[in-house]
Design a protein around this ligand. Structure first.
Ligand SMILES: Nc1ncnc2c1ncn2[C@@H]1O[C@H](COP(=O)(O)OP(=O)(O)O)[C@@H](O)[C@H]1O
Ligand SMILES: O=C(O)C1=C[C@@H](OP(=O)(O)O)[C@@H](O)[C@H](O)C1
Ligand SMILES: [Mg+2]
Length: 160
């Protein structure tokens, strides 16, 4: 299993499908799968049941994965040590985007409940998570100023 991790907006969902195409394997979008399973969007899940409920579903979904695929995770998947351990049984790729890139990409986004609050709160979340992404990763790929196709190609080359 190949797991793409990284902060919201780093491009996990965008890159996963392209990478899966190159590797000729399936692509699993965790957020979308959990939304379908629950019959709720992520903002609805957070509003109705809270973040901890979503984290439980995220962990259960990871536990249920088997076979070979490229998995696009949610940005908060690394908050659980158990999740990191599960993912490291496969190959973990961290898409590192700088703060400016994230802000630019998510400036009009309303679909991410944790991309909210004032700028300093968001930046704090970004900084607090950096270490967790790095610790969980087998490979780090810097994604700033690169087209999705170039990033997917770079990852495929590293995996060879
Ligand atoms: N390499 C890239 N270059 C430019 N825009 C990108 C790139 N990767 C993703 N994006 C854009 O950034 C936004 C967030 O991407 P997404 O794949 O949803 O990130 P994630 O799943 O990591 O939160 C989307 O609007 C997407 O089109
Ligand atoms: O960073 C986070 O805690 C989250 C990231 C989201 O996924 P993306 O990283 O694809 O935006 C989604 O799982 C949820 O809104 C929580
Ligand atoms: Mg995503």
């Amino acid at each position: 299993m190949i797991y793409l991790i990284g902060f919201m907006g780093s491009g996990k969902s965008t890159i996963a499908s392209r990478l899966a195409e190159k590797l000729q394997c399936s692509c699993i979008e965790m957020d979308e799968s959990i939304e379908k399973q629950e019959g709720l969007t992520i903002p609805e899940m957070f509003a109705q049941h809270g973040e901890s409920y979503f984290r439980e579903k995220e962990r259960d979904f990871l536990r249920s994965l088997e076979g070979e695929a490229v998995v696009s995770t949610g940005g908060g998947v690394i908050l659980s040590k158990e999740n990191c351990e599960m993912m490291r049984e496969g190959t973990v790729i961290y898409l590192h985007a700088g703060w400016e890139t994230i802000v630019h990409r998510l400036k009009n986004d309303t679909s991410r409940p944790l991309w909210s609050g004032d700028e300093s709160e968001k930046k704090q979340r970004f900084e607090d998570r950096l270490r967790l992404y790095k610790e969980a990763a087998h490979h780090v790929v810097v994604v700033d100023d690169k087209a999705p196709e170039v990033i997917a190609e770079e990852i495929a080359a590293r995996l060879k």
